[in-house]
Design a protein around this ligand. Structure first.
Ligand SMILES: [Fe+2]
Ligand SMILES: [Fe+2]
Length: 285
């Protein structure tokens, strides 16, 4: 039996005061010293979730190979004047690296792909992701690592089209998934009309939401249906001022990772290692 594990995360937004922060990160100070930054409660929660997810991933994988994908925005960047952990580029990079290390330290990680995300967060030319790539290549020379904008991977016959920007999951409960299905169907029809096989799985990040839709297109010959799944992977960042504004005060947020088991070339199981929180302060007055 040949089994491969695919783990997908997105949007760490390292250096955002409400983004993923490894509490063991040492930052540079201008008095020639290093210091450990303070961690706010939601960062404690996110790190606890991340640590649990890594344990679950290790347990699920056993001795089988892990393929890790990060779908972009590893850092917050300095364009949006949000609250930073630190206002220096080197400290932002230090947080990105220390957020990546626990995943790539799992001994059976064979491949890591880092997608370049939104320019406002990455810096021009995908700077944050490219710096992460260089640091990880030096630290983990045995892992096959790349930094790219848009990938198409074939893992034992299961194909993954993955990049950062994609559809929204919908702004009303009753429209949820509509955009995902349209986006997915468009890719599928374009491929079929041009004689290509559509990707079996489409992974997207950026919108800091969770979404999953399956599209079947009917065809005349065996196997009579072509199927693709589109998955929007949630962030590892809490809702900040900008997100509160553009989501018009959405009351819940989901964080976590998606893990797929591919066994003998077939998708065997899919796991959402996610937690959804209510952002409202509930009180009995
Ligand atoms: Fe993002
Ligand atoms: Fe983004």
């Amino acid at each position: 039996m040949k089994r491969k594990i695919v783990a997908v995360e997105a949007d760490w937004h390292s250096n955002n005061r409400y983004g993923l922060l490894n509490p063991n990160t040492f930052l540079y100070s201008d008095d020639n010293g290093r210091y450990r930054t303070s961690v706010v409660p939601v960062q404690e929660f996110l790190w606890e979730l991340r640590t649990q997810n890594i344990e679950k991933l290790k347990e699920l994988a056993g001795k089988d190979d892990i393929y890790f994908f990060h779908l972009g925005d590893p850092a917050q960047g300095f364009k949006h004047n949000t609250e930073y952990v630190s206002n220096t580029e080197i400290n932002q990079h230090a947080i990105v690296v220390s957020n990546a290390q626990p995943i790539l330290s799992i001994p059976n990680v064979k491949v890591a792909r880092f997608v370049i995300g939104t320019e406002a967060h990455e810096g021009i030319g995908g700077t944050s992701t490219r710096l992460l790539y260089e640091a990880m290549q030096r630290e983990f020379p045995k892992i096959d690592i790349e930094a790219i904008y848009h990938g198409f991977a074939d893992i034992d016959g299961q194909t993954l089209d993955y990049t950062h920007h994609g559809p929204t999951t919908g702004i009303r409960k009753w429209t949820e998934g509509n955009q995902l299905r349209h986006y997915c169907k468009d890719i599928m029809m374009d491929d079929l009309l041009n004689g290509r096989t559509p990707p079996r799985y489409i992974f997207r990040g950026h919108v800091h939401r969770k979404g999953w839709e399956t599209v079947h297109l009917e065809i005349d010959k065996h196997p009579f249906y072509v199927t693709s799944d589109i998955m929007v992977v949630p962030s590892m960042c809490d809702m900040g001022a900008f997100a509160r504004q553009i989501t018009r005060s959405e009351n819940r947020i989901t964080n976590g990772m998606v893990v797929m088991e591919i066994v003998d070339g077939n998708m065997y199981d899919l796991h959402w290692f996610v937690v959804t929180r209510d952002l409202r302060m509930r009180e009995l007055l």
